[in-house]
Design a protein around this ligand. Structure first.
Ligand SMILES: C[S@@+](CC[C@H](N)C(=O)[O-])C[C@H]1O[C@@H](n2cnc3c(N)ncnc32)[C@H](O)[C@@H]1O
Length: 254
């Protein structure tokens, strides 16, 4: 008992118990083709639902006791392995599913975005993380840095009552899709991401001045702001994916 409590905290084990939420997540995965990968299978709350889809499924879990228990419950097309999410590379075209251990949210998201082969991700994160990553109420630097290659969307809020033990805050469902036609070429990724970081840390009176200071011609910066008539664009966080790509290209002189 004492051991399992320790494991629960240490590994961020807040298991999903709300069957409506589980069915909804399974439904989202069913709509997305490709082999399924689940990071952090735990006691199988999601895995057993996903198993019913009859598709190839690879699960990764760090807690050896949970791995052994779950292996006995799943079908032949499901492979559960003991391992670390942060060392796992999802296969080509995969749909990645995870109720992310909250204490590893940022390293897991970074690892996921840097992995190059999967296509879709269906993720349970803290509510604020899901909102911010999806760019609701303004994009963060991390979202802007990956937007040319991924689309982010907020699906829904998940109340804390859907988990055991119950966390102190609600969660959210974050959907990520790798763009089949990226807005910028892969070779530009490092240069673009460094440039976005500079824009976010620049001072200036409004976004036009900030973009100008980072190499964007005034005419193009003003044009980006004017284009969004229905949506005030005052700060870096107000720019959308296409705006970022256009601004970067113009700052590079292309
Ligand atoms: C929030 S629970 C989700 C469990 C289950 N999928 C569910 O939805 O009920 C996160 C799971 O990730 C596992 N975990 C934590 N850190 C991990 C890591 N670095 N690598 C693999 N699994 C990890 C935990 O042991 C736990 O089972």
């Amino acid at each position: 008992m004492h051991q399992s409590r320790l494991g629960r905290q240490e590994f961020g084990q807040n298991f999903l118990v709300d069957t409506r939420v589980i069915d909804h997540i399974v439904g989202l995965v069913a709509e997305r083709p490709g082999p399924i990968v689940e990071w952090g299978t735990g006691n199988g709350a999601l895995t057993l639902g996903l198993d019913r889809l009859g598709r190839r499924l690879e699960g990764i879990e760090i807690d050896p006791r949970r791995v052994q228990e779950l292996k006995r419950k799943v079908g032949p097309h499901v492979c559960i392995s003991e391992g670390d999410i942060l060392r796992h590379a999802p296969p080509a075209g995969a749909v990645l599913v995870s109720n992310i251990p909250f204490h590893l949210t940022t390293p897991i998201l970074r690892h996921l975005l840097r992995s190059r082969r999967w296509t879709d991700a269906v993720l349970v994160t803290q509510w604020e993380v899901a909102r911010k990553r999806a760019g609701v109420g303004g994009a963060t630097q991390l979202t802007a840095q990956w937007w040319p290659w991924y689309e982010f969307a907020l699906d829904q809020r998940i109340p804390s009552t859907a988990f055991r033990p119950r966390p102190s805050i609600d969660a959210g469902l974050l959907l990520i899709h790798r763009r089949s036609e990226p807005l910028l070429p892969e070779q530009k990724q490092r240069s673009y991401q460094a440039w976005v970081a500079r824009v976010f840390s620049s001072r200036g009176r409004g976004i036009v001045e900030i973009l100008r200071r980072n190499g964007v011609p005034r005419r193009i910066a003003a044009d980006l702001v004017r284009r969004e008539r229905n949506r005030p664009v005052a700060l870096a966080r107000d720019l959308l994916a296409e705006d970022w790509a256009t601004a970067y290209r113009s700052a590079q002189g292309s």
